[in-house]
Design a protein around this ligand. Structure first.
Ligand SMILES: [Zn+2]
Length: 448
């Protein structure tokens, strides 16, 4: 099924034209790339780090040469300490590509791909990536998150023209990496529920193709956590396809809505706090997302125990705080520049009493059809916690160096952090937000 979905995604994707996922694929990588990226006769530059060169880079380099492609000396970064997605590293890649006229072949996971993606985008050249770990869903995505002078920015640049994945290489990657990819893909569960809610009130209409690409394969992809942790190559096919499809969905949609909801805001906020940045290796995106996902799955579970259809809308409007009070609360919740950011983002989704009446009325009127869709979208929080644990992903706040109270304190921040409408907003509008957060952390919950 995922092969058909990938073909569907490729037909609609603007940047990526070839995706190949399979066993022992590195040995065929040269001929696949000769017939796609290098059909015009350009030379090839393999970019890797010490570890990914050993895992697959050398084999790709040799396969390219055997396929008759002119292969330049590879650009190999040190594997330790872990390579950063910093602009000066991207400049180095760009200088190599610019001076040789080569097209880049990134062999690695997140950072190597981002560096070659940005450098190639700046030169207006296509590139290919061979992913070495099932660690995140950005392989087939556009844009490259980069740090420059301590600030993280996403630089605009096209997605790869060719995405290759060798399942044997992915299965042999360090076990924490698959836990990260598993966490990032599990996010599609609550993220999908958030998209349903925001679609219902017309804020972020669902794009049927992007929805199908990102959601159809999720349960399949998450169905074998123990086999993934054990490094069984065949178990990686579903997860790798799910991660690639998520990137294609973002490419088709031209945005991140298909792949992320409030659970990602927990991760972004912890990242801004440099959580685990000094770990070796640094705490990954997907590991933070795993805990955000579990927090949101638990929140949704409590939310669905209530019935919006019976909500007293007049009482909710009577309780509704005017913008000035909301802004004051945001400024109490955040410090520094983040407060200004959150004020701007929250203002974009804030409505006055009349707007709130419309919004809540829509939920009340359509709850009969929305509730079963959201219920079907979710997985019980304790089940999800077991799945994450079995995959070797974090399943408790302590696993990522946080306390239960830290996660609790992140809920209001996640609500205010972005203009995207999520269940956290609906809960605040219904007057339930604080109670539901309390319930997530009450005895019997995932972390009590
Ligand atoms: Zn993610």
């Amino acid at each position: 099924m995922s092969t058909n979905l990938i073909a569907t995604g490729l037909a609609a994707a603007s940047d990526t034209s070839v995706v190949e996922v399979g066993r022992q694929l590195v040995n065929r990588s040269g001929s696949i790339l000769r017939d796609s990226l290098f059909a015009g006769g350009a030379p090839a530059l393999v970019v890797a780090d010490d570890r990914t060169w050993a895992a697959a880079g050398r084999a790709v380099h040799e396969s390219l040469a055997a396929a008759g492609i002119q292969v330049l000396d590879p650009l190999i970064f040190p594997g330790h300490p872990v390579l950063y997605a910093a602009l000066d590293n991207a400049d180095l890649v760009r200088a190599h590509l610019a001076s040789t006229g080569a097209l880049g072949v990134a062999v690695g996971s997140g950072t190597i791909n981002d560096l070659v993606k940005l450098a190639s985008g700046q030169l207006g050249r296509p590139y290919a990536v061979l992913g070495t770990a099932a660690s995140m869903d950005g392989y087939a995505g556009f844009g490259a998150p980069m740090s420059s002078q301590g600030v993280k920015v996403t630089m605009p640049c096209p997605a790869p023209a060719v995405v290759l994945f060798d399942l044997d290489v992915a299965a042999a990657a360090p076990p924490t990496m698959v836990g990260s990819g598993y966490g990032d893909l599990s996010a599609k569960i609550p993220a999908g529920a958030d998209w349903i809610l925001s679609d219902a009130v017309g804020i972020n209409p669902i794009d049927p193709l992007a929805w199908k690409l990102v959601q159809s394969g999720v349960s399949d992809a998450l169905s074998q956590p123990a086999a993934l942790a054990a490094g069984e190559p065949d178990a990686y096919e579903g997860l790798v396809n799910g991660l690639v499809l998520s990137g294609l969905a973002m490419q088709v949609y031209r945005g991140t809505t298909p792949a992320s909801g409030a659970e990602h805001y927990f991760s972004h906020l912890w990242e801004l706090d440099h959580l685990g940045a000094d770990w070796d290796p640094p705490l990954s995106h997907g590991h933070k997302v795993a805990i955000g996902t579990l927090a949101m799955a638990a929140f949704y579970e409590r939310f669905l125990l209530r019935d919006i259809a019976t909500l007293d809308i007049d009482a909710a409007i009577a309780r509704w705080a005017p913008w000035g009070q909301v802004e004051a609360d945001i400024r109490r919740t955040f410090t520094g520049a983040l407060a200004d950011h959150a004020v701007k983002e929250t203002r974009a989704k804030f409505v006055d009493g009349a707007g709130l009446r419309d919004r809540l009325h829509t939920f009340v009127a359509h709850w009969d059809t929305l509730r079963p869709r959201i219920t079907a979208q979710l997985v019980p929080a304790k089940t999800l916690q077991e799945m994450l644990r079995a995959a070797g992903a974090p399943s408790t706040p302590e696993d990522i160096g946080l306390t239960v109270d830290d996660v609790r304190a992140t809920f209001p921040k996640a609500m205010y952090y972005r203009s995207r409408y999520t269940v956290l907003d609906l809960s605040r509008e219904a007057g339930w937000f604080d109670e539901l957060v309390d319930e997530v952390f009450a005895p019997g919950g995932v972390w009590s």
